[in-house]
Design a protein around this ligand. Structure first.
Ligand SMILES: *[C@@H]1O[C@H](CO)[C@@H](O)[C@H](O)[C@H]1NC(C)=O
Ligand SMILES: *[C@@H]1O[C@H](CO)[C@@H](O)[C@H](O)[C@H]1NC(C)=O
Length: 149
């Protein structure tokens, strides 16, 4: 019964985090007046709080939708505003760890689900599930980042 409650609590916390993550999608960004709707597409805001539903724009190949003034930018330099959260809480390829947010991780110890043994990346680093280093300073084109705050 205790374990059951614990699972419910974890699920509740995760659900709450996922909602937070979604809040950076479809949100008009003051810095460039667009709202990213996924990693590569965006809508115009025209100075309003809600994105215009008229048209969807796509970033050129290799660029992602960011809060930079240029809107679409190199993924290796700036993370997408409305990112992929698919990798959050998923153990990496060899089940060593899972990124639980941009800067936190939890160990998997060979299992497919993360344990509660967790840690935080040093300042200036973020969790990248594609590398054995766990926390890195620079993303690569293969980076697997959990876009949760
Ligand atoms: C983003 O959304 C656009 C428009 O709905 C869609 O065409 C595109 O495939 C999506 N891209 C991703 C990576 O989901
Ligand atoms: C992280 O570890 C702390 C104890 O060090 C624990 O209280 C917390 O629930 C853990 N967080 C997750 C997401 O497992």
């Amino acid at each position: 019964m205790k374990d059951y409650l614990c699972v419910l609590t974890v699920l509740a916390v995760f659900g709450w985090q996922l909602q937070l993550a979604n809040s950076s999608c479809n949100l008009c960004q003051a810095s460039n007046d667009v709202a990213c709707i996924n990693q590569t597409a965006y809508r115009m805001c025209f100075g309003r709080e809600t994105p215009s539903q008229d048209q969807i724009f796509n970033c050129p190949d290799g660029l992602v939708c960011t809060d930079k003034p240029q809107i679409c930018f190199q993924r290796s330099e700036t993370p997408a505003s409305c990112g992929d959260t698919d990798s959050c809480g998923r153990c990496n390829a060899n089940n060593v760890f899972a990124c639980t947010s941009r800067t936190t991780f939890a160990f998997c110890f060979g299992a497919t689900t993360p344990t509660t043994v967790n840690g935080t990346c040093p300042v200036g680093r973020f969790c990248d599930a594609s590398t054995a280093d766990i926390c890195v300073a620079k993303p690569t084109p293969n980076s697997i980042i959990c876009h949760l705050d």
